[in-house]
Design a protein around this ligand. Structure first.
Ligand code: OGA
Ligand code: MN
Length: 199
């Protein structure tokens, strides 16, 4: 927990942080099994780019499949949602971010999958404040590709391997990032902590 605390301070001062083993291995493994089963049952769909009506599937920009998480799907899934809710409360308590809720989806990148450089906040909706990405991949190797690239400054690129249990946090509005091409199946959970939309 101490470790997480200093990582959150790093997030607050720098705008992004990487927390290895944020999710204990047993919980991460159980959640991965749930995610895998969910995809087997046909609950994933190709991800688009942009919001609602403007969404279109854009092979040139991203190539992944997603499934949104909602409460009551399974004990593994609810346990993860509880942890994310606790994280939301911690972020509010420590940094006064006024985060009211979060949304999260599982993402599956097939071999050859990628997501070009982008920021997460929509042009016409500034409710996303903090982005999170949690990784579910056991035994990830350098040669598997699929790193998350964070463009921390114009000339500074930081790369994160998508290892089981690692959580990355960054500011949704300004952190440019990309998923480099993966050479094996790549699983993650994308999370967005949101503030209330203006009326
Ligand atoms: C996203 C995203 C990163 C990842 O879904 O917006 O940037 O590493 N995902 O899966
Ligand atoms: Mn993103």
């Amino acid at each position: 927990m101490k470790e997480t605390h200093s990582k959150l301070n790093e997030f607050a001062s720098r705008g992004w942080t990487v927390i290895e083993n944020w999710l204990p291995t047993d919980e991460a493994t159980e959640f991965f099994r749930f995610a895998h089963g969910r995809r087997e049952s046909g609950a994933f769909k190709r991800a688009g780019v942009g919001r609602a009506a403007a969404t279109k599937i854009e092979n040139e920009i991203r190539r992944d499949e997603i499934s949104w998480l909602e409460r009551g799907s399974s004990p593994e899934s609810d346990r993860l949602l509880d942890r994310l809710e606790a994280l939301r409360e911690t972020l509010n308590r420590e940094f006064f971010l006024g985060l009211r809720e979060f949304e999260a989806h599982i993402a599956f990148y097939p071999p050859g999958g990628f997501y070009e450089r982008h920021v997460d906040r929509f042009r016409d909706d500034d409710s996303r404040v903090v982005s999170g990405v949690l990784y579910l991949n056991q035994h990830w190797q350098e040669t598997d590709g699929g790193k998350l690239a964070i463009f921390a400054a114009p000339e500074v690129k930081f790369e994160v391997e998508p290892r089981l249990g690692t959580l990355v946090l960054f500011e949704s509005s300004k952190t440019e990032h990309a998923v480099q091409e993966a050479f094996r199946e790549r699983w993650s959970v994308a999370i967005w902590f949101r503030r209330q939309k203006p009326a």
